[in-house]
Structure formats: structure tokens, C-alpha cells
Design a protein around this ligand. Structure first.
Ligand code: PLP
Length: 399
């Protein structure tokens, strides 16, 4: 059965991913099951989109209740759900306004459009000269606009030409940012921790320093919290570890409660007012179903203390991983429940993910040498202990 389901998907689906050879059919909490009934601990959390656990009953109820009432009408009309959802997120994050989209990358595109228009209308950058600075090793998504910012050759190869006015600086180096800023710089777009780039954690104070530099040069500091936001790193937003407020942020992934694409671009009034009717939009963005799920996702995150659990379990997980003694391990790093285990380049992280799969642990490598751990934020010590036990076994068998 497994082989025929894999073959079916392979036959009709574009080969733009290389999934592990497992066919999943059910999820509950931290666990997923394959079609033979085998149970796995989900250490991948759908690339950090499943923070509340699979099929959280309160989120399923919110989805069902709203689905039976009203699902989508487009933004051509007001609804009784969108205002309440955006009020909740704005008040929580201390931003004045939000622009709803669906996927993370759409919200990144929204941020770039906002920054460019802000540069022309407020900063008075000459027409079509606005520049956006991002970091080497970034991942902000896959649209044509956004891959122009990538420093990974494969993400760009064969897809050019790209947007102009994009510049990259080394991640973690605030002086380089200051040097790269020109009179035409609109924004600095940065991930508080680089997720897809390999769980790269910059040194403490880096983001705050970048924010000061941006302020000094009248440049917007935009934090892409699509992966790191909403409790993943043990704070509501990852930038809070550095104690400052960026000019704008981007949210996605976990905002959809692990079941629906919901994303937001959040900013203060000065930035958001650049959008006037017709400038930007999305047929599905801000639909009632998304708004109902998004609101419940925020409520559950706070009520069930998932942020606190991410901080506590993240520390525990890091400590436990550091008890694995193996020459294969180069570094273990992360914050909260966003953890990367980097192995020596002689070995293949994909092979370790396959071994983990056999032992009932699901995760996927990022690049060739980093195994990522981004489980649902509801995880407990039991599942962490089990994962570490299996990792110890795998590493000891590899040498
Ligand atoms: N930004 C960051 C930091 C991400 O990690 C991702 C996805 O991994 C995206 C944006 C793109 O989100 P999506 O895949 O929902 O478009």
C-alpha cells in the first residue's frame, strides 16, 4: 500500500520536493501515524506551522463552526470575524494595523511593497530607486520577487531575471548593514533566527543594534517572524529576546493553527497608510474562515501557555541533546523549540533523518548537514527523552 500511494503521488505531483518515504494519514497532538498504523513523534511540525499540535480540538471546533456559517466573501465586503482577529493580533504585538494574506511569502511580498511605497511617499527616495537589504543565508519564501533576495544558488538558478534594488549583507554583522545602507534604502528585512538557513542564531544584541542603525538612517526594520514568531523560540516574538520593537513584522505558519494558510503583515500607521484601495490585495486574504482560525490560534497559544512550554521544553531539549557525545556532531544550537543539530560535513543529515524515521521520529534536514527540530509547542519531556535516546543509538551505530 505504501509503495502504491507514493507512486501515485510521484506520478501526478511535480517533483519539487523529495519527501521521506512515509505516507501519513492521521495526526493528534505531537504524534502522527502512517497508513499502516505506525506512530511517530512529529519533530518537524510542518516546518514550524504546527505549533498547537495536530488537530487541536479547540481549533477544529473553530474551523467547523465557522465553516458552517460563512467561509469566504472576499474583501469586497466587511465580515463579523476579521476585525476581531486583527484587533487581537495588533494589541498583542503592539502594532497599529495588519494586512491579511495567506502564505508566508505573500506577506513578505506585502512587506516589500509597503517598504518601497513608504520609501517613495515618506522618505522621498527617487522613483524606482528604492533598495531592500536582506541577509546572506536568508529564507523568505519562493516567489519570483522574494527569491531575488536568496543567496542559495539553487533557489535562483533558471528563474532570473530578478527584482532590482536588492542587496545582501552577512547575517549577524550589524556594521556591514550600516555600510550597505544608502540614501535610497527603504528597509532591512531580517529573520530573528535563520530557520531554513540552518537554525542560525545571531549573537545577543545584534537585532537591537540593527534597529538602532535603521532608525539612525531612516530605514524600516522588518522582522520576518513567519517561522520564529508566535512562541516558537520561547517568547511571543523572537525579536523580544533582544528587547526592541521593529517597524514591522511578518507572521504566517502557526497563525493558521496548523490547519489553514493565514499570514499577516503588521506595521505602524505611518507604514500601513501607504496602501490605498486597489494597491494590493488577495481574494482569500482575511477570509472569515482564516480569521476565525487565526483568532482561536492566538487564544489557544496564550491560554494553554504554549509560549512558556516552548521556553521550558526548548531549554530541556537543548540540554538533553548536548548530553549526546559523538564526534559526528559539530554543533547544537537554537532557541525555544527551534533547534538545529549540525553534523560533520563528512556525514549526511538525510541519512540520519531516514534512520530516525525507522525509529518513529519524523524530521527533515535543512541543507545537507543540519537536522532540524521544530516540534509542536505542546511537546513534553517524554517525547524529548525518547527522541534523544534514539539519536544516541543512531549516532553510536554510525561510528
Ligand atoms: N519566511 C520565513 C522565515 C520562512 O521560514 C518561510 C517558510 O519556511 C517563509 C517566509 C515562506 O512561508 P510560506 O512557505 O508559507 O510561503
Amino acid at each position: 500500500m505504501t509503495a502504491s500511494l507514493i507512486d501515485l503521488e510521484k506520478k501526478y505531483c511535480a517533483h519539487n520536493y523529495e519527501p521521506l518515504p512515509v505516507v501519513l494519514t492521521k495526526g493528534q497532538g505531537v504524534y502522527v501515524w502512517d497508513e499502516s498504523g505506525k506512530k511517530y513523534i512529529d519533530m518537524m511540525g510542518a516546518y514550524s506551522a504546527v505549533s498547537h499540535g495536530h488537530c487541536h480540538p479547540k481549533l477544529i471546533k473553530a474551523l467547523k463552526d465557522q465553516a458552517e456559517k460563512l467561509t469566504i466573501v472576499s474583501r469586497a465586503f466587511y465580515t463579523d470575524t476579521l476585525g476581531a482577529f486583527l484587533k487581537r493580533v495588533c494589541e498583542l504585538t503592539k502594532f497599529k494595523k495588519a494586512l491579511p494574506m495567506n502564505t508566508g511569502v505573500e506577506a513578505v511580498e506585502t512587506a516589500i511593497k509597503a517598504a518601497r511605497k513608504w520609501a517613495y511617499t515618506i522618505k522621498k527616495v527617487p522613483t524606482d530607486q528604492a533598495e531592500i537589504i536582506a541577509c546572506q543565508g536568508n529564507f523568505h519564501g519562493r516567489t519570483l520577487g522574494v527569491i531575488g533576495l536568496s543567496s542559495v544558488p539553487q533557489y535562483q538558478h533558471g528563474f532570473g531575471p530578478f527584482l532590482s534594488g536588492l542587496r545582501l549583507v552577512p547575517y549577524g554583522d550589524a556594521d556591514s548593514l550600516e555600510q550597505a545602507i544608502t540614501a535610497n534604502t527603504a528597509a532591512f528585512l531580517v529573520e530573528p533566527i535563520q530557520g531554513e538557513g540552518g537554525i542560525n542564531v545571531p549573537s545577543s544584541g545584534y537585532l537591537k543594534r540593527c534597529a538602532e542603525i535603521c532608525k539612525k538612517h531612516h530605514v524600516l526594520m522588518i522582522c520576518d517572524e513567519v517561522q520564529t514568531g508566535l512562541g516558537r523560540t520561547g517568547k511571543l516574538m523572537a525579536y523580544e529576546h533582544d528587547d526592541f520593537q521593529p517597524d514591522a513584522i511578518i507572521l504566517g505558519k502557526a497563525l493558521g493553527g496548523g490547519m489553514f494558510p493565514v499570514s499577516l503583515f503588521l506595521a505602524q500607521e505611518e507604514v500601513m497608510q501607504v496602501f490605498t484601495p486597489g494597491d494590493h490585495g488577495s481574494t482569500f486574504g482575511g477570509n472569515p474562515l482564516a480569521a476565525a482560525i487565526g483568532l482561536k490560534a492566538i487564544d489557544v497559544l496564550i491560554e494553554e501557555r504554549l509560549i512558556e512550554n516552548a521556553a521550558e521544553m526548548g531549554n530541556y531539549f537543548l540540554q538533553q541533546l548536548k548530553t549526546i557525545s559523538s564526534p559526528i556532531i559539530k554543533e547544537i544550537r537554537g532557541k525555544g523549540l527551534l533547534i538545529g543539530l549540525e553534523i560533520d560535513a563528512k556525514y549526511d543529515a538525510h541519512h540520519i533523518c531516514l534512520e530516525l524515521l525507522k525509529s518513529g521520529i519524523l524530521t527533515k534536514e535543512t541543507h545537507k548537514t543540519v537536522i532540524r527540530f521544530a516540534p509542536p509547542l505542546i511537546i513534553g519531556k517524554k517525547e524529548i527523552d525518547e527522541t534523544v535516546k534514539i539519536l544516541k543509538m543512531i549516532f553510536s551505530e554510525m561510528i
